[in-house]
Design a protein around this ligand. Structure first.
Ligand code: FES
Ligand code: FES
Length: 214
């Protein structure tokens, strides 16, 4: 090996050592990446929540991360309200809170302290069906039934929205009372998915109740 080759090797080793030390300096170690302080799994925080559910006063001590859906199903055992996607995409968990429908999987129970909540169990009973429940049966508005509690809660609230004059995306004139037609109903019910595809029968059921009540 000549002197020139020795110099090249020494230069190459120097460059490699320099690159390694520069990388080590630029990339923080795992220890550096950890948060400065605090336990890895902070203890859950609990809070008291008072709700009036289907006319009955309820008080729960809940982990503040509990959704309204889980409060209803897991804590109050009102399993009529269904968990479909748990991501706000299917409408199976729809309930009526202070007169407005909402996806109970997308909201925390603690946000509704003092609220009035109506679930499918509160709309009617086996012996005394709500007109919307009766119409869904009459028009075959379901097959497996999984989406049905959400569909019915939504449909009841939809008719109330129309009665109050609240426009939808399908309303042609935002200043006029919304029409009670199939386009309006389809648009307003578009957040409630039905894997069984009972949509046309659902619209028939809602239309019948709308005719009775509007
Ligand atoms: S379960 Fe809430 S929207 Fe699907
Ligand atoms: S009836 Fe089966 S998902 Fe709607």
């Amino acid at each position: 090996m000549n002197d020139f080759s020795d110099i090249n090797h020494a230069r190459r080793d120097l460059l490699i050592a320099g690159a390694l030390s520069a990388t080590a300096a630029a990339v923080p170690s795992m220890a550096d990446a950890q948060p400065a302080a605090g336990p890895a799994n902070p203890a859950p925080i609990h809070a008291g929540v008072s709700l009036k559910v289907n006319g009955k006063a309820e008080h729960l001590e809940l982990d503040t991360r509990t959704t309204l859906l889980d409060a209803l199903r897991e804590h109050l055992h009102l399993t009529g309200t269904k968990k479909g996607c748990d991501h706000g995409q299917c409408g199976a968990c729809t309930v009526i809170v202070d007169g407005r429908r909402l996806n109970s999987c997308l909201t925390l129970a603690v946000m509704h302290d003092g609220a009035q909540v109506t679930t499918i169990e509160g709309l009617g009973s086996k012996d005394k069906l709500h007109p919307m429940q009766a119409a869904f049966i009459k028009h075959d508005g379901y097959q497996c039934g999984y989406c049905t509690p959400g569909q019915i809660c939504s449909a009841v609230a939809v008719l109330d929205e129309i009665k109050q004059g609240i426009p939808s995306h399908a309303s042609a004139d935002l200043n006029a009372k919304p029409l009670l037609n199939a386009d309006e109903l389809r648009e307003r019910m578009s957040g409630n998915l039905c894997r069984c595809g009972a949509y046309s029968n659902i619209i028939d059921a809602i239309t019948e109740v709308a005719g009775r009540t509007a």
